[in-house]
Design a protein around this ligand. Structure first.
Ligand code: AOF
Ligand code: ZN
Length: 375
């Protein structure tokens, strides 16, 4: 990084305003890819005069939104931004230039923008305009908010695995009955997660059995449904299933193994489904890293994987799961139930994928445990 600072330079007031900016930034998650979700708070003499966040599709940027609210009050004010203001010319001019033009006196940025078009140039531009520009306030939190954007620049989106199980880790009884292991609040929380991701992925077994819609069905958030992705090595998903039939309304992508017939692939294409061939294992299961790489190239920054057990095992085994959202309902199913995670082929506990507990939420009678990959 071209700029190095420590959080000690920032006082309680700085951290409070940056916390607010980060809250605004999160509003864009799942709705701004391939851009980062940025928040901006403009403060003049202790009073918030403008707030903004990255708009749907990634433009306008957070700073121009906040500046528009602040108007003339931006003169002499401090702007708190969760990411270094941009310095490149997109559909509009650079945000760093807009901040300077508005007469902003000080800019506090949480972290540098790793986009090679920016990467420190935004801060340099501000300083050249005589603005006090500081970086590093709540940096770790800001990097977590935009982990998907940061990762995509390295060719991999942020991967969140969501599982909903019984107390003993089952996703269904032996007959496949799974409605409902967790309650209404937990299910609503899972729908909210969908809105905060750019793509949602399931395995073909689950797609066939459940015939899901994989849309976000929360009041006011229906238009935030992510791209739907199915790992379907042998192209077994019936053309009559929802995901195929509604592919023109909400995009659907099928990842398949090499060697499927052109006729079969064409039948999906006719329905508006994108079929992508990636490398696969001996059982024709698409390589999870290959799928994630392709999604990153498409501009996807945040992927939510929803099972079933086989796909969960594949992404866990490939060490691709950055965040694990484990919903747990107060019911016991027993050994003959279906495990949330299929075979991992482990003999030694020392080799088991390990996660660090980040947070626990109580949702009615259910629990949500949030884990982070511990590296
Ligand atoms: C900001 N504020 O709110 C966002 C920024 O395609 P463009 O022209 O919109 O540029 C996208 C790049 O802009 C993106 O890669 C990142 O570097 C920056 N995003 N910057 O100052 C914002 N979303
Ligand atoms: Zn910008």
């Amino acid at each position: 990084w071209p700029v190095r600072t420590t959080t000690e330079r920032f006082n309680e007031t700085d951290r409070r305003h940056m916390t607010a900016a980060l809250t605004l930034a999160r509003r864009g998650l799942g709705n701004v890819a391939p851009n980062p979700a940025v928040g901006c708070v403009i403060v003049r003499e202790g009073i918030v005069v403008g707030r903004g966040w990255t708009q749907p599709g990634g433009r306008p940027h957070a700073e121009t939104e906040a500046l528009a609210r602040a108007g003339a009050l931006a003169r002499g004010a401090t702007a708190y931004v969760t990411l270094e203001p941009c310095s490149h010319h997109g559909k509009t001019g650079p945000c760093a230039e807009a901040l300077a033009k508005a007469g902003i006196a000080r800019v506090v940025a949480a972290t540098i923008d790793p986009d090679p078009r920016v990467a420190g140039r935004g801060i340099a531009l501000l300083k050249a305009a005589g603005i006090v520009a500081e970086v590093g306030c709540l940096e770790q939190e800001a990097q977590r908010v935009n982990a998907g954007f940061f990762g995509r620049l390295d060719g991999r989106p942020l991967v969140t695995l969501k599982l909903a199980t019984s107390l003993d880790g089952c996703i269904a009884t032996r007959t496949g009955d799974s409605q409902w292991i967790t309650g209404e609040q937990a299910r609503a929380r899972a729908h909210l997660m969908r809105a905060q991701h750019d793509a949602i992925m399931i395995g073909v077994g689950t797609a066939i059995a459940d015939n899901p819609q994989l849309t976000c069905r929360l009041p006011g958030l229906a238009q935030r449904s992510p791209v739907r992705v199915v790992a379907d090595g042998r192209l077994r998903l019936p053309l009559t299933h929802y995901l195929v039939r509604t592919a023109r309304e909400v995009p659907t992508v099928l990842f398949c193994a090499p060697g499927n017939s052109p006729e079969r692939r064409n039948a999906y294409a006719q329905a508006g489904v994108e079929v992508v061939e990636v490398a696969a294992d001996a059982c024709a299961r698409p390589d999870p890293a290959g799928m994630m790489k392709h999604l990153a190239e498409k501009g996807v920054t945040r992927v939510m994987v929803e099972g079933g057990g086989q796909l969960a095992a594949s992404v866990i085994h490939a060490r691709l799961v950055d965040l694990l959202f484990w919903f747990r309902g107060p019911v016991v199913i027993g050994e003959e139930g279906r495990a949330a995670v299929a075979a991992l082929g482990l003999d030694k506990l020392a080799r088991a994928p390990t996660y660090a507990l980040d947070a626990v939420e109580r949702l009615g009678d259910d629990l949500l445990e949030i884990y982070r990959l511990s590296r």
